[in-house]
Design a protein around this ligand. Structure first.
Ligand SMILES: [Zn+2]
Length: 361
């Protein structure tokens, strides 16, 4: 195929930045709607919703300086060049091949970039941000179009509830009938059983307990009664978790875990949700999986699967087991270390649960 990079970075970034896919027909117009390179060194993009982006970096050679580029589906109408300033030599918009759009940022020599720390962050269904450099000299922003424009009209009725523009508006939690539902949340492991241990020593037991408590608070605010199988670092075997749940009138059971790969492979990342039986369990798993993926852009969708885990097999209500990422994975571990990401995951799980309760009742 095309010869991209000779260094490892290519794979690293492309995996990193490979976002959930919706394949557009070749003839469609460019998915890139607006872009801006801000004075603080952040590149922001607005695309069509659910666009599949790929980003690349290539070190300078005799012909050109360091280059960073992003490929978008859909064909660009007018290829163009924009003169840079400060550390930016030139920005080019082109079509590398039919049906594609490429945004290239070429840097001046000696800009001391650190692409290994680069991470494209999905702010929204259609907005992305990546920090490319630390401005050392004055730099005037360059861009085209409005990156912050509101989402497409199709989504208007969903969003009309949001009073102000909010990057995390999609995390707004649905309302359900108050004091009607009961949910058991099971934070995996605990006590002498730390579960998975990840890069830098992060422990599954700590992370899942914290996420579970946030989920509890969020659901409680919506009038849902929540019980946790454990509230602190205690050693709790699996059968008592199940009998605890089975002795309640809970509508659903949600066990929260984080993964580890065999051999602690850093290239294995992703999220998955298991159920054991029934369409209800499957529906609950699907709702949760969809939401946790939305807050984890670039992390692979390992899917909704049937699994024979003790706690979901033996509980009598619809039950799922959520794996919120790999503590041993480079991408997931870095995120799971951050409280903001753990909060987003908790929001996402709560949202999936509320959607399910609202639908199935
Ligand atoms: Zn676990």
């Amino acid at each position: 195929m095309i010869k991209f990079l000779d260094n490892k970075l290519f794979r690293y970034l492309s995996v990193f930045l490979f976002l959930n896919s919706l394949i557009l027909p070749v003839k469609s117009s460019s998915a890139l709607a607006a872009w801006v390179l801000n004075t603080n060194g952040f590149l922001e993009l607005r695309t069509k919703s659910n666009t599949n982006l790929k980003a690349y970096f290539q070190k300078a050679n005799q012909l050109s300086g360091d280059r960073f580029w992003v490929d978008f589906p859909g064909e660009l109408k007018n290829p163009r060049k924009i003169k840079g300033n400060g550390p930016i030599k030139e920005i080019r918009l082109g079509k590398p091949n039919k049906g594609k759009t490429r945004l290239v940022i070429e840097f001046e020599e000696e800009t001391y970039l650190n692409p290994l720390t680069w991470q494209m962050v999905g702010l929204d269904q259609n907005r992305w941000r990546i920090k490319l450099f630390n401005p050392k000299y004055s730099f005037k922003k360059i861009g085209e179009g409005l990156v912050e424009k509101k989402r497409e009209n199709i989504k208007a009725n969903q969003n009309s509830i949001n009073k102000k523009k909010n990057n995390y508006g999609y995390l707004k939690l649905p309302e359900v009938k108050r004091n009607k539902y009961e949910v058991v949340i099971d934070p995996g492991h605990g006590g002498p059983d730390p579960g998975a241990i990840g890069i830098g020593g992060i422990r599954e037991t700590d992370i899942v307990l914290e996420v579970s408590k946030i989920v509890k608070n969020l659901l409680s605010e919506k009038g849902v009664k929540v019980r946790l199988t454990r509230k602190n670092e205690v050693d709790l075997d699996l059968p008592p978790r199940v009998s605890f749940a089975n002795n309640t009138n809970a509508d659903i059971f949600v066990s929260i875990h984080a993964n580890a790969s065999r051999g602690k492979r850093r290239d294995i990342n992703g999220l998955e949700t298991f159920y054991y039986r029934g369409w209800r369990g499957r529906l609950l798993a699907k709702r949760i999986q969809k939401q946790i993926l939305r807050v984890s852009p670039g992390s692979p969708d390992r899917g909704v699967k049937q699994g024979r885990f003790y706690v979901i097999k033996n509980t009598r209500m619809p039950a799922v087991l959520v794996e919120i990422g790999f503590l041993t994975g480079r991408l997931d571990a870095r995120r799971l270390e951050k409280i903001i990401h753990r909060k987003r995951l908790a929001y996402a799980i709560a949202k999936g649960i509320l959607e399910y309760l609202d639908k199935v009742g």
